[in-house]
Design a protein around this ligand. Structure first.
Ligand code: GDP
Ligand code: MN
Length: 386
């Protein structure tokens, strides 16, 4: 789950990382109060959306007078931000951060990710901050230092020295840097992070280090033990379908195509999407209903898929291992009747009680296209939308 910059900064601040004072507003009427309580006449104003590259897209502004801050904050509230990461439809900005204006002497990059290949957290730092790290990696990979961390987020002393040396921090800044890096690595693991990016991490003219920006993604599977982070979920930042799926604990990702997919198991769902593509179609979504999906979950999944108006046909691909095919068939029939299904429905069932399941579908009176295997199913559903 992604969280907003201001939420990430709250977590960083709690862990002891220096961040500039800020307020977050969602109504124009609150701008004056935010400026008063911050006690500033100069500020940076930033849209709060789940996307990077806000600066380039016009979502980060500097105000040097009260009037300017007010004017710019008003303009950013409700703005539709379109960046490389949002796609052409963009994201609406419902919240704006007003923060103390930082004086920047130098910008650095710091990121922590989970390296799945090595099964360890990986720290990445670069003295070339501020810009996109992908660009740095492409242009000058030597400008990025990678250090593996312990599973508890511990960084070895020798590695810490390497980081300080690589960033060319000395004297007081080196001491601050050590504590900054150690704290970040620890808080990343403690909060079950997937990805944490401080870009830029800045040095001010006095040699102090600050987190000027923060992007933090937390492992969904660990949210149950961080209720205060789980509560930071913002449904406005994804598609409406994703927001519904979030509440139902279904793994759903919206895509651009027109074939709705309902599959059990992430691997089978990926394979199904591949086959649809292979046969010339385009999936409208990834949806894993899970191993233990029941009638109710099947019905909910259908309504979720149908709430996407791009969907022109549905492919159900279920392997009945834990689930029985006859139970799934009953779920499909009930949902199709209840939702007055109008788009073609292709169903491929396999596994426990598959014959009973197929019989139920056949005698349901519904126009359900039955498929024998995955390839057959993909071909049939692609034919329906063509
Ligand atoms: P992003 O574009 O979404 O990554 O947003 P950032 O928060 O990283 O801001 C983009 C850029 O705006 C930064 O790299 C800085 O150069 C600049 N910026 C942001 N905040 C401040 C600030 O307080 N003072 C100054 N001088 N520049 C800032
Ligand atoms: Mn940034």
């Amino acid at each position: 789950m992604n969280i907003h910059e201001y939420q990430a900064k709250e977590l960083l601040k709690k862990a002891g990382i220096p961040v500039h004072a800020f307020r977050v507003i969602s109504r124009k009427e609150d701008i004056d109060h935010a400026m008063d309580s911050l006690g500033v006449t100069e500020a940076v104003i930033k849209v709060q959306v789940h996307a990077g590259g806000r600066g380039k897209a016009g979502g980060v502004k500097i105000g040097k007078t009260r009037a300017e801050i007010k004017h710019k904050a008003e303009a950013l509230l409700g703005m539709k931000l379109v960046t490389k990461q949002t796609g052409p439809e963009g994201i609406i900005c419902h919240q704006v951060m007003i923060a103390e204006l930082a004086e920047i002497a130098k910008e650095y990059y710091l990121g922590v990710v989970i390296d799945r290949e090595h099964a360890k957290p990986l720290l990445m730092v670069s003295p070339e901050g501020g810009m996109e790290i992908e660009e740095v990696a492409e242009r000058n990979p030597n400008a990025i230092l990678k250090v593996y961390l312990g599973l508890d987020g511990h960084i070895h002393d020798a590695d810490l020295e390497k980081v300080i040396h690589f960033m060319k921090w000395s004297g007081k800044t080196a001491e601050l840097g050590k504590s900054f890096v150690k704290t970040i690595c620890k808080m990343f693991v403690e909060n079950d992070g997937n990805m944490l990016e401080i870009n830029p991490l800045i040095e001010d003219p006095e040699g102090k280090l600050w987190a000027l920006d923060a992007k933090f993604a937390i492992d969904d599977n660990a949210l149950f033990r961080h209720p205060h982070i789980a509560a930071m979920y913002d449904p406005s930042q994804g598609s409406p379908q994703e927001a519904i799926a979030h509440g139902m604990e279904l793994a759903y990702i919206a895509l651009e195509g027109n074939i709705g997919c309902m599959v059990n198991g992430a691997g089978l769902a990926m394979a199904t999407m591949d086959l649809i593509k292979y046969h010339g179609g385009s999936p409208a979504n990834f949806l894993d209903v899970g191993g233990g999906a029941d009638k109710e979950k099947v019905a909910k999944s259908f309504s979720l898929i149908l709430s996407d108006h791009n969907v022109k046909a549905i492919l159900v691909n279920i392997f009945g291992g834990i689930m029985r095919c006859d139970v799934i068939a009953e779920g499909i029939i009930a949902a199709a009747k209840e939702l007055h299904l109008k788009v073609p429905l292709v169903v491929r069932l396999e596994g426990t009680n598959v014959e009973e399941g197929k019989k139920l579908l056949k005698h349901s009176g519904l126009k359900i296209i039955s498929a024998d295997d995955l390839t057959d199913a993909a071909k049939k559903v692609v034919k329906e939308v063509k």
